[in-house]
Design a protein around this ligand. Structure first.
Ligand code: ATP
Ligand code: MG
Ligand code: MG
Ligand code: MG
Length: 469
């Protein structure tokens, strides 16, 4: 059975054999795009090649790109632990053509790799195309011999990709694998499509248009290809599994988590182990790429992921910091291909240990407060925003951590109430400063308070910025 490491190599070797330059993954913090929080797809590092702003000495490339989808337009944080197919960190395998080949080669490449090299049974595969893209539909018929009912025409933006409001764009075709009728879900375009029976494995984007300011579309002079396939998803199916978390790599991390917490990997704490395994990867790769936990921006997203994982470890009964003890298992699994993990191993472990030590000081008390509040609430009531805000402000619980904790009990947070409590506190902080006569200092403090996430100013003796995110 091929490991995820084997599958990554098979993919890159296949495209190398077909004239593609094997390019390293770019870092998770995009170098060329300050508007993007994290690299979330393979094309990010090639943006300027697609637009023609930049040229390199190759026109075909292949990568296994590190991606994080835990904020911004693509946010899969809430899916982790609940679907079979989503991670916050994953690897996106891709092949790219910069004005070189187009549909008539991209579709046969994908089909040949899947059905010949990976030997996936043809009758388990189906595809979507953009509803007007007859060219792609005909190509699938010709190349793959797919019947009409296996070429699903989708009229929505799910099958029309855009780089942004203007710029290169075009239709895409997505390849799905049918994991079988015993799993709930329907084919793409059906009401049950969000189920996990039909899993999207590969998305091929045909960049053939340019969108202009006035909304009009013109044909691009150089047509390009951008594809993305989740390594963990193709891995699951090649390993005869339905669930990404049952692949060799994720399983090794889940077992490390079970070992470190002396609990059963498949027992009642199963979801906790899945979340821990996922968040360990996101956290470690982000730290290796230079992000450190902080109270704003990228660092705050990292902190949210770390603290969420730490609550799950706590739920498994861990008394001491756990996350840093899982780093060696991750380095064993992934440090061969991603050497930055090895290089940053000590920093990753130390950052995790320090954060978990600190967060533990308030985690337990915060969870007790949450429990107490829940017993007082009527059966279906939302958690009041003021309580969620207190957890945030005094106990360092990011809002999504509280939401995650409540989801296990089928409850929600009153988010409007939370926002109101936050706004109220900012207003009070401002009011407390007006009249002090130190306008310049006040502005600096208020800016700081905003950046820190609006912690209440209680005087210099309080450690405002630390545990109170
Ligand atoms: P889905 O509809 O399942 O959320 P997507 O359409 O958002 O996937 P794309 O943006 O097309 O995904 O990304 C290309 C490929 O990357 C997908 O076909 C899938 O194999 C993989 N992928 C996307 N998001 C994730 C994720 N959160 N975890 C693991 N793999 C993912
Ligand atoms: Mg998605
Ligand atoms: Mg999709
Ligand atoms: Mg897609």
């Amino acid at each position: 059975m091929p490991s995820l490491n084997d599958i990554r190599s098979t993919f890159l070797d296949y495209f190398a054999r077909n004239g593609h330059e094997v390019v390293d993954s770019s870092p998770l913090v995009p170098r060329n795009d300050p508007t993007l929080m994290f690299t979330n797809s393979g094309m990010v590092q090639f943006k300027n090649l697609f637009t023609g702003l930049e040229h390199r000495d190759y026109t075909r490339a292949t990568t296994s790109q590190k991606c994080v989808r835990a904020g911004g337009k693509h946010n899969d944080l809430d899916n982790v632990g609940y679907t079979a197919r989503h991670h916050t960190f994953f690897e996106m395998l891709g092949n790219f053509s910069f004005g070189d080949y187009f549909k008539s080669e991209a579709i046969p490449f994908a089909w040949e790799l899947l059905t010949r090299d990976f030997d996936i049974p043809k009758d388990r595969l189906l595809v979507t195309v953009y509803h007007t893209d007859d060219e792609a539909a005909d190509m699938w018929k010709k190349v793959a011999g797919l019947s009409d009912d296996r070429i699903i025409r989708i009229p929505t933006d799910d099958n029309f990709w855009r780089m942004g409001p203007t710029g290169p764009c075009g239709p895409c075709t997505e390849i799905f694998f049918d994991h079988g009728p015993e799993i709930w879900g329907g084919p793409p375009g059906s009401p049950e499509e969000d189920g996990d029976r039909f899993i999207e494995i590969w998305n091929l984007v045909f960049m053939q248009n340019e969108q202009h300011d006035d909304g009009s579309l013109t044909e691009l002079p150089n047509q390009s290809i951008d594809t993305g396939m989740g390594l963990e998803r193709i891995g699951a199916l090649l390993q005869g599994k339905h669930d990404n978390y049952d692949t060799d790599l994720m399983r090794a991390l889940i077992e490390a988590s079970a070992h470190a917490t002396s609990s059963d990997p498949d027992g009642p704490g199963k979801t906790h182990h899945r979340v821990i395994a996922d968040h360990l990867r996101a956290t470690s790769f982000l730290i290796a790429d230079g992000v450190l936990p902080a109270n704003d921006g990228r660092g705050y997203v990292l902190r949210r992921i770390m603290r969420r994982a730490m609550r799950h470890a706590h739920m498994l009964g861990a008394q001491d910091p756990v996350m840093h003890r899982l780093v060696p298992a991750l380095v064993t699994q992934m440090g061969g291909h991603f050497t930055e993990l090895r290089e940053a191993q000590a920093l990753i472990a130390e950052t995790l240990r320090a954060e978990e030590t600190r967060f533990r000081q308030t985690l337990d008390r915060g969870l007790k407060l949450l429990d107490a509040e829940m017993t007082d609430l009527s059966d279906d009531a939302d958690l009041p925003g003021a309580t969620a805000f207190k957890l945030y402000d005094t106990f360092g619980f990011p809002l999504d951590l509280t939401q995650d904790a409540l989801r296990e009990r089928g409850r929600k947070v009153d988010v409007d109430g939370f926002d109101a409590a936050m706004a109220d506190q900012k207003a009070r902080a401002r009011a407390a400063w007006s009249g002090s006569g130190e306008a310049a200092d006040a502005t600096i403090w208020l800016d700081l308070a905003d950046r820190m996430g609006g912690t209440e100013f209680l005087g210099y003796k309080t450690e405002t910025a630390e545990g109170q995110v």
